[in-house]
Design a protein around this ligand. Structure first.
Ligand code: NAP
Length: 479
């Protein structure tokens, strides 16, 4: 029996993707470095569809129809290169290697360029939705050549999550575009979780609302503009009581947040692209601070906090909801701005409305808001330069603004850290300023380093002779 696709790497994600493919009617050849995982899958789930058991990569390749499609789902990094190194010599021109793991997009670009010289297609695919998504329908962000998508796309679309019957899978762009978009998705996910944490902290440490009560608030919030998977599961986690102690579950969990690196990648990449992704960056730093438990324990004993009481506005809970909404919107705006910068840098024709549409189901950041974001970029009247400039969002953020300012200033007075709420507000205030103090920065740079500057009133590059008579000369641009 010829298989339509082969999957190598049958840990939880690979096994679930293979099962998803088989459940959707495809014949799937299975391979894993060690045979045990292949046999466990076949034993437990072999009845779910047509599988072909193979023990070696050669057998896997031999079992496939041409052009061959081999999906790699092994540990990201070196193992992916190792598998590609073994697989590529067994394949023929026109065959497709797919890496659906969480690879760095620069690795994907390198692998794609290398395999293209051998006549092989390499498709880096971002997959979001965790284990359950992989089995039941993830959000899928494929990169690689358009030609390879023609062969592979229908399969990926079939196994993807659906939003109003539309597949959450579209061709994103060449080489590393799919993995880049997945990385930014994860960066937004970090910020999304952090703003939820800040809202929880404000309600708990500021207003004294216990987790069980907050669960009801988050459930209520999930019916409005904040409606999303993450808000829904926040209510579930906050409502949970620890069976051993009878305490709220959140109170028995160590408060240091882990990370696998995609948030960090997003921020490094944002810095390289010069994209002001401050909310996402603060969310990654917040995890860093959370992990410095010893320092925090000492600091709590030594460092001064706020003194006296702060009267909370009567609207505090609603204010927090609006501040959460506005900050979340800024994170999306910053993530999308980064996509725009990357498209320019790497020559990708990213379609922002389509990308937003892929995130509406199957993935961790799925939210009602994404439908509106999609519409903001689907307009025929020219795309907004920034998400926040889309008329619907400019209006909704204006509505949230007084509350957002009240919440950030109350948090500052109370000494409750709200790094993403406040960084997002600072970004918003910076964005809406025609003039920034960067003019002074340029003056300082020119004085100490003769870095030159441009003038608002004439063309050219200038330098002031600071150490002489302070006259101005035309200079070579060294910005
Ligand atoms: P994993 O724990 O990242 O990797 C285990 C798999 O990799 C096993 O099949 C293992 O084979 C294979 N492997 C490791 N080194 C290898 C090598 N040198 N040569 C050949 N095979 C090797 O598996 P996972 O959690 O299913 O994740 C797979 C990918 O999906 C990763 O890139 C991950 O970041 C990404 N991802 C994971 C999730 C999630 O929720 N877990 C979500 C999205 C994306 P053996 O059985 O022989 O050891």
């Amino acid at each position: 029996m010829s298989a339509q696709i082969g999957v190598t790497g049958l840990a939880v994600m690979g096994a679930n993707l293979a099962r998803n493919l088989a459940r959707n009617g495809y014949t799937v050849a299975l391979h894993n470095r060690s045979i045990e995982k292949t046999d466990v899958l076949l034993e437990k789930h072999g009845h779910e569809g047509n599988f072909v058991r193979t023990e070696s990569l050669q057998e896997l390749v031999d079992s496939l129809e041409t052009p061959r499609r081999v999906l790699i789902m092994v540990k990201a990094g070196g193992p992916v290169d190792s598998v590609i190194g073994q697989l590529a010599p067994l394949l023929e021109k026109g065959d497709i290697i797919i890496d659906a793991g969480n690879s760095h997009y620069e690795d994907t670009r390198r692998r794609e360029a290398d395999l293209a010289t051998k006549g092989l297609h390499f498709v880096g695919v971002g997959v979001s939705g965790g284990e359950e998504g992989a089995l039941l329908g993830p959000s899928i962000m494929p990169g690689g050549s358009r030609e390879s998508y023609d062969s592979l796309g229908p399969m990926l679309e079939k196994i993807s999550a659906k939003y109003n019957d539309e597949p959450c899978c579209r061709w994103i762009g060449t080489d590393g575009a799919g993995h880049f978009v997945k990385m930014v998705h994860n960066g937004i996910e970090y910020a999304d979780m952090q703003v939820i944490g800040e809202a929880y902290d404000l309600l708990r440490s500021g207003a004294g609302i216990e987790p069980a009560e907050q669960a009801k608030i988050f459930t209520e919030w999930n019916t409005g503009t904040l409606s999303s998977f993450l808000i829904e599961i926040t209510a579930e986690v906050l409502a949970h009581t620890d069976a051993t102690t009878g305490k709220p579950f959140v109170d028995v969990v160590v408060d240091s947040a882990g990370q696998k690196g995609t948030g960090r990648w997003t921020v490094v990449s944002a810095l390289e692209l010069g994209s002001p992704t401050s909310g996402i960056a603060e969310s990654v730093f917040a995890r860093g601070l959370s992990s410095q438990r010893d320092q925090r324990a000492q600091a709590q004993e030594i460092l001064a906090g706020h003194e006296g009481s702060v009267a909370l506005p009567e609207t505090f809970v609603e204010d927090v909801r609006l501040a959460l909404y506005a900050s979340k919107l800024v994170s999306y705006a910053q993530g999308i701005d980064m996509l725009t910068a990357a498209a320019k840098e790497y020559g990708w024709e990213l379609k922002l409305d389509e990308i937003a549409s892929l995130w509406r189901a199957g993935c961790i950041i799925r939210a009602e808001l994404l439908d509106d974001i999609m519409k903001a970029y689907a307009t025929a009247d020219g795309q907004p330069a920034n998400l926040l400039l889309a008329p619907a969002f400019a209006e909704s953020i204006a509505g949230a603004l007084p509350a957002w300012r009240r919440v950030v200033s109350t948090a500052v007075q109370l000494g409750i850290p709200v790094p993403v709420f406040s960084a997002s507000l600072a970004y918003y205030d910076g964005l809406r300023r025609r003039r920034l103090p960067a003019a002074l920065t340029q003056g300082l740079r020119d004085l100490f380093g003769a870095h030159t500057y441009n003038r608002v009133d004439m063309e050219g590059t200038f330098h002031t002779l600071w150490g002489e008579d302070k006259s101005e000369i035309e200079a070579v641009d060294t910005h």
